[in-house]
Design a binder for this molecule. Structure first.
Ligand code: G3H
Ligand code: 13P
Ligand code: NA
Ligand code: ZN
Length: 326
């Protein structure tokens, strides 16, 4: 991861980091990367490990590496809740781990700065001794628009927060990097996990891309990570609802805004929801079309999902500038 992000910084691009839980996602991401010659970051969450099981997840990623030997692939563990989780991922062969010390190990309660530094520094010592990279997180993901925390912390809608708490503090960021030596830093700029980020197309007061510039002025050599970076494709939202779904109107992070963030040091862009929506839309559409009413071979609708995901991956590789850099 560190080598890839250093290279991306030198060439002023970012790499989308896609969450994976199954074979079709891995294949879609790899097929797209192969088509445009991009390096790849595959990431597994605690949820993906409990869905697929650690050996299946590990072997899916090893299969990707084996089938595409010409593409650099990072196997990253997303949102580790405590150092022990990161230790197990290092043992399992991940080349990069995230210690998310912005929350306590329940992954709900915001933590103190000192706790965050302590757990992250311990993971960096352990991981770097094994040649594994570390991502830390400083600040709370949530929505500036509602003043609520996002899915990440699980707080209810009445939990109003001071907006400033939702933006990574530049002084703290400098101190965090100095004390932990993380390879990449996830920062809070107004995004949140999941589909429900913004109730209207986001403006600068709720999606603080300009805050990245402030952080970069203080930390010109730090690689920033944007979490909650799905764009929530409106066409897939429509398709899901046209074929029996019921998802409320919602907006994500526009690709153009992410591209502006890349000018201010964003090097890794986490995307999960967009591929989930493409999968759900493609499968609903396939099965809902009258001409497919008698089909029962799941490979047909899995293939539709893979094709839908591949198109999104390919357009992100191109937009973020990683295409051509494998
Ligand atoms: O960070 C959140 C990712 O979207 C992973 O979600 O925990 O449901 O696998 P998950
Ligand atoms: P989205 O829910 O916006 O896809 O974010 C995913 C993420 O940040 C995973 O760590
Ligand atoms: Na991560
Ligand atoms: Zn995340």
């Amino acid at each position: 991861m560190r080598q890839l992000l250093d290279y991306a910084a030198e060439h002023q691009f970012a790499i989308p980091a896609f969450n994976v839980s199954n074979m079709e996602q891995v294949q879609a991401i790899m097929q797209a990367a192969d088509a445009v010659d991009s390096p790849v970051i595959l990431q597994g969450s605690a949820g993906s490990r409990s869905y697929a099981g650690e050996p299946f997840l590990r072997h899916l990623i090893l299969a990707a590496i084996e089938q595409y030997p010409h593409l650099p692939v990072v196997m990253h563990q997303d949102h580790g809740a405590e150092p022990a989780v990161c230790a197990r991922s290092i043992q399992s062969g991940f080349s990069s781990v995230m210690m998310d010390g912005s929350l306590m190990s329940d992954m709900k309660t915001p933590s103190s700065f000192d706790y965050n530094v302590d757990v992250t520094r311990r993971v960096v010592e352990m991981a770097h001794a094994c040649g594994v990279s570390v991502e830390g997180e400083l600040g709370c993901l949530g929505s500036l628009e509602t003043g609520m925390m996002g899915e990440e912390d699980g707080h209810g809608s009445d939990d109003k927060l001071d907006h400033s708490q939702l933006l990574t503090d530049p002084d703290e960021a400098v101190e965090f990097i100095r004390q932990t030596h993380v390879d990449a830093l996830a920062v809070a700029i107004g995004t949140s996990h999941g589909a429900y980020k913004f109730s209207k197309p986001p403006t600068a007061d709720v999606l603080a891309i300009s805050h990245l510039q402030k952080l970069q002025q203080r930390l010109p050599n730090t690689h920033f990570v944007m979490h909650g970076s799905s764009s929530v494709p409106q066409d897939w939202l429509q398709t899901i609802n046209n074929y029996g779904g019921d998802i409320a109107q919602t907006y994500g992070v526009p690709v153009d805004e992410i591209v502006s963030g890349i000018k201010f040091g964003v090097r890794k862009v986490n995307i999960d929801t967009d591929l989930r929506m493409a999968t759900t839309g493609a499968i609903r559409q396939y099965l809902g079309q009258p001409e497919h009413a008698s089909d029962f071979d799941p490979r047909k609708f899995y293939k539709a999902a893979t094709t839908a995901m591949q198109a999104i991956c390919q357009s992100r590789y191109e937009a973020f500038g990683s295409a051509g850099h494998a």
